[in-house]
Design a binder for this molecule. Structure first.
Ligand SMILES: [Zn+2]
Length: 259
């Protein structure tokens, strides 16, 4: 199976497979990025994770000893990285940097990976947006930080939304809809009414469209937003998915670095 589409290239190099955005490949002289695929595992508990970072970073030309990653506790906190540090970033879910040779990593099993790139100021961002992060508009907060720290112009920021649980599989209940209503007002266009299970009405929610809409409402150009259009649950044979595999799900990783 090849996951390539108009926005994504599915790369196969020896026994390694990963996804890249066509749009970001246009800036290959300035940055490198990818979203990992199975069988590479990147959860912190996995004893093979360090070796896997070495493997994939080796192929991409990245020094894996400089990786910046966080504990990802579904916060809305985004940090600007000015130099390499081995800090654990306990309550952080996103990074931005203007520094070269500092790889920013986030990890996934269904949550939404978002890479930001200001092609004019040459600033990157990598944001972990689970539904709680989406509710707290973490991707918008990363954009705001780029503007504040580096004077980014909204017209120059590219947004790449990686594989995640899409509407086809993102089954939620009333309480979830209520939380989003409270934050975003009318969210009717973001969900479909599903089945009733054990007396509970189910809904199918489209977090990707919601993210695209609030970013564009806040000044990001629609034509600068690129969606992978890949559902992690539909393709759980190729990527880790919490919905599909539950506790057995390891983690995929999303990496971006300025050269
Ligand atoms: Zn799906």
């Amino acid at each position: 199976m090849d996951l390539s589409n108009e926005n994504i290239v599915h790369v196969k190099k020896g026994d390694l497979e990963y996804l890249q955005f066509r749009e970001l490949l246009k800036y290959s002289d300035r940055l490198v990025h990818c979203y990992s695929l199975k069988p590479l595992m990147f959860s912190d508990q996995n004893i093979n994770a360090p070796e896997n970072y070495k493997k994939i970073c080796g192929v991409l030309g990245i020094d894996d000893s400089k990786i910046i990653k966080s504990a990802q506790k579904h916060t809305d906190v985004v940090k600007d990285i000015k130099e390499y540090t081995n800090e654990k970033f306990e309550f952080v879910d996103g990074f931005i940097t203007k520094e070269k040779s500092i790889p920013l990593v986030t990890k996934y099993a269904d949550c939404t990976p978002i890479i930001l790139y200001d092609k004019s100021q040459n600033v990157i961002g990598n944001v972990h947006s689970g539904w709680r992060g989406t509710l707290q508009k973490i991707s918008q907060k990363a954009v705001n930080l780029m503007v504040k720290e580096y004077n980014s112009n909204l017209n120059d920021i590219i947004v790449c939304i990686g594989p995640c649980i899409k509407q086809c599989h993102f089954q939620v209940e009333e309480d979830f809809i209520d939380k989003f209503k409270k934050e975003f007002g009318n969210v009717e266009k973001y969900y479909k009414i599903g089945e009733v299970v054990e007396g509970k009405q189910k809904y199918y929610f489209d977090t990707t469209s919601l993210i695209i809409d609030y970013l564009t409402e806040n000044g990001i150009k629609r034509e600068n937003i690129f969606d992978s259009k890949i559902c992690s649950v539909c393709h759980s044979d190729m990527m880790f998915s919490y919905r599909a595999e539950r506790e057995k799900a390891d983690r995929n990783m999303n990496i971006v670095m300025l050269k």
